[in-house]
Design a protein around this ligand. Structure first.
Ligand SMILES: C[S@@+](CC[C@H](N)C(=O)[O-])C[C@H]1O[C@@H](n2cnc3c(N)ncnc32)[C@H](O)[C@@H]1O
Length: 271
């Protein structure tokens, strides 16, 4: 089993992810950061058919390959048709919960760039990032502390009083406020051409997410040396960021042209 996994590490697998996930050993992956097709909004070179019935066995394979405590970040948005939202995102999330995943968080991916405005609805500027963990909470949590504290560097006003285990109050003196605190669960990224990545070739793929988004999740939910998988790898954003942050990667996508883009991006990064 270890051999099967070793052979797949740091490789680009061009194929259908259902078939390819079945070849991976169970309980072997630390982290997935991925974004599947959004309803039928794109056809991805006409070769990727996508609906809830296709999603379900893939979701079960994803559960199988994750290590206990392993984390899946599922980045997804919904189609609006005749003024009605598909809510595929939630259907998928509920299915993940049904098959055993813990829904650890729902993080909002706020985009600076969006499609053209709609004449009679609010501008849509976000997607969901569901953070799922297998068998309880994520085994690795490295919260990002980059939210500027208004009172950073200052000492607290008044003295800090703490309630001890026996219920009594003790005074521990003044405390210096940290410059940065833990960020909220709304994450904002510059997206679109020239912003998501500097790699021009990546834009030959129609739907990439920002490198920084992938990197922030990789840092949050994995450690150096861990295995990061993207079963809907696209232009290779997640895997490139895995390499940059000293993680091992496994890339899967069924479209050969996208596998080639990913290969070039990852190779160019020095590996
Ligand atoms: C939203 S894109 C992912 C983009 C990626 N996050 C990036 O930054 O480049 C979804 C990808 O899933 C791939 N795909 C769709 N169905 C697939 C399947 N059954 N197996 C493997 N890949 C699939 C498509 O070819 C497409 O590249």
């Amino acid at each position: 089993m270890i051999n099967t996994l070793e052979k797949k590490l740091n490789t680009i697998i061009c194929g259908d992810c259902l078939k390819e996930l079945k070849k991976l050993p169970e309980n072997s992956i630390d982290l997935i950061v991925t974004s599947p097709p959004y309803d039928d909004l794109r056809t991805y070179n006409d070769s990727a058919i996508w609906n809830h019935e296709i999603f379900k066995p893939i979701a079960r394979q994803i559960y199988r390959v994750m290590k206990p405590g392993g984390t899946v970040v599922w980045v997804v948005g919904d189609k609006t048709e005749n003024g009605n939202k598909s809510l595929t995102s939630f259907k998928q999330c509920l299915y993940f919960q049904e098959i055993g995943f813990n829904i650890f968080d729902t993080i909002i991916y706020e985009k600076t760039g969006s499609g053209p405005p709609h004449p009679n609805r609010y501008f849509n500027t976000f997607e969901y990032m569901f953070v799922l963990s297998k068998d309880g909470k994520p085994k690795t949590i490295n919260l990002l502390r980059d939210k500027k504290n208004k009172h950073g560097g200052k000492s607290t006003f008044g003295e800090v009083t703490r309630r001890e285990k026996d219920g009594s109050l003790t005074n521990k003196g003044k405390k210096i406020v940290n410059d940065f605190g833990v960020r909220t669960n709304i994450w904002k990224y510059a997206n679109g051409k020239g912003f998501s990545t500097k790699d021009k070739i990546a834009y030959e793929h129609p739907a990439i997410f920002p490198e920084k988004l992938a990197e922030d999740h990789i840092i949050s939910w994995s450690n150096e040396g861990d295995i990061v998988l993207d079963p809907f790898g696209g232009s290779g954003t997640t895997c490139k960021m895995a390499v940059k942050n000293n993680r091992k990667f496994i890339y899967i996508d069924k479209v050969p042209e996208y596998c080639e883009i990913a290969r070039k991006r990852i190779e160019h990064h020095g590996n």
